[in-house]
Design a protein around this ligand. Sequence first.
Ligand code: FDA
Length: 280
Amino acid sequence: MLIWPATRFVAGEDREAAIAAARGLNARGIAVSLDLLGENVTERDEAASARDAYVDILEGIDEAGVDSNISIKLTMLGLDIAPRLAEENLRAILEAAEAHGNWVRIDMEGSPYTQLTLEIFQRVWESHRNVGVVVQSMLRRTAADVERLISMGARVRLVKGAYREPAPLAIQTKAEVDRAFDRLAERLLDDGNEPAIATHDDARIRHVIEHAERRGIPPDRYEFQMLYGIRATTQVAMVERGHRMRVYVPYGEKWFPYFTRRLRERRENVTFVLRNLIRR
Ligand code: FDA
């Protein structure tokens, strides 16, 4: 059961709640990516249910006529059981998305999955163009990954990275992760295919806008993305200033790992929860 205060970050538990949240955001000029919560499934049946639930939400999006694509996690589609299984389930979702004229983003999970995720992305890319992937600026490998993805013409979402990673693989200081983010954003803006810049960080957003203006890259060639429940006023303000904004809307019963990642990221999010607990 979805309990308050997770409701700040999670739209609800079912398809209706997800579509209602998408409709509300669309009314403010904001596009959506719906994310059915869940990760690291260990049973084939669970992976098949996740696949079917994604096919179902694609149908729901089409029926409701909302402006939303979907975001998926390969460990929810069976990556821990067998990469081939996750790939088969992903292909079924991509075909359903194609039938509905829709599009799928593969989220990036922790570093044990980076290589596998990129390999699966690359394989499905050969036969499907309605798919994109995510890269994390905290990982040392990402500059090379971005160059390869640019040369493929792939659509990339850039994030800082939400998982704790060891020093040999990942930059450990915020200032350096931010610098890497700015450099990668520049590369994606200059030569990428409709990059998505996913951050709530004003300094990163400013850097992107200034770089795009310097290079004469119009705002419709890239989009900003933020998470549901975070900086909602800024999301609307950016649309009003002529920027494209897409909000990532998680829904579903398996909300706990996502919720704890959001709390770990920022003291204010913990303060928000504590303040509301006291108020209750
Ligand atoms: P950071 O956490 O460094 O915050 C920087 C600044 O942003 C703060 O100083 C503040 O100014 C502002 N800010 C942040 N949170 C705020 C709040 N609650 N209220 C007010 N201001 C706030 N990660 C991943 O590993 N794989 C993935 O696939 C994805 N996918 C994804 C999609 C989308 C659309 C987004 C926005 C993010 C992800 N992420 C992700 C998560 C990402 O990696 C990262 O953990 C979070 O976005 C937090 O990092 P920020 O870039 O916002 O900056």
